[in-house]
Design a protein around this ligand. Sequence first.
Ligand code: G3H
Ligand code: 13P
Ligand code: ZN
Length: 307
Amino acid sequence: PLVTSKEMFKKAYEGKYAIGAFNVNNMEIIQGIVDAAKEEQAPLILQVSAGARKYAKHIYLMKLVEAAVEDSGLPICLHLDHGEDFEICKACIDGGFTSVMIDGSKLPFEENIALTKKVVDYAHERGVTVEGELGRLAGVEDAVKVSEREATYTDPDQAVEFVERTGVDSLAIAIGTSHGAYKFKGEPTLDFARLEKISKMLPGFPLVLHGASTVLPEFVAKCNQYGGNIEGAQGVPEEMLLKAGQMGVCKINIDTDLRLAMTASIREHLALHPGDFDPRQYLKPAREAIKNMVKHKIRNVLNCSGR
Ligand code: G3H
Ligand code: 13P
Ligand code: ZN
């Protein structure tokens, strides 16, 4: 069945592992991820951004995910990623999603609380779980000064107040990750001291890490080898993600690694088989590449195989 994140997070917190939340846009991506989770018997969150909803349409993604549940027999949580206002959250709740994120992280603290609380009230009445966000991810890199860091990274005291006043089920925090393929200019670093503090002040409460792709070098290399130009790409090292999973982070968001795995495979296929033009010829190995990458994450990074 489609399930909320509630039970998944409870088990993940207690078991000190994390659940992968993978961004989906089309059938091949969904099938690759779900096949991996099925083979690993792993808990799974599929998430849909506003852009994905616009690209594929709500109903197509909804039906594809329903098909995935039926075909795999897995409990899957279908989650809205980065909902920016009440309306999109409502549309997803009314349209069958089991979880939504309201991302008020750009708003002043009090406005973020008010908006998040409004979504929580609507969602909880309908049995849907809610993720909020406090602190800012974008543009946060290792070179930031401490003062900038204080302004953008999640403040532990505010996190406690935010969770208490909104009633959210999970909270995305900023500790140095960012979206996309270019996360760090120099050595990757995350503010684990801050994570530890937040985690200790919110015992039993599930935290979420966005911008958590590793930007696997093999895929970057393959893209570049076959005509791409993705220079200087760098993600979050796998050890750091494993560590975060043991410190109260129950949900790890992955989109960029899916994009890279798929694009690397397609670039390679088309370069090696210039006569091919049936999309199935390159989408089949692309789907397989996603599946293998997700299996690796489930086993070695999320540690949620067989859970
Ligand atoms: O957080 C952003 C996700 O990677 C989704 O990206 O808005 O381009 O679909 P998107
Ligand atoms: P990545 O860009 O690191 O994959 O992060 C995805 C994400 O946070 C989606 O919300
Ligand atoms: Zn995100």
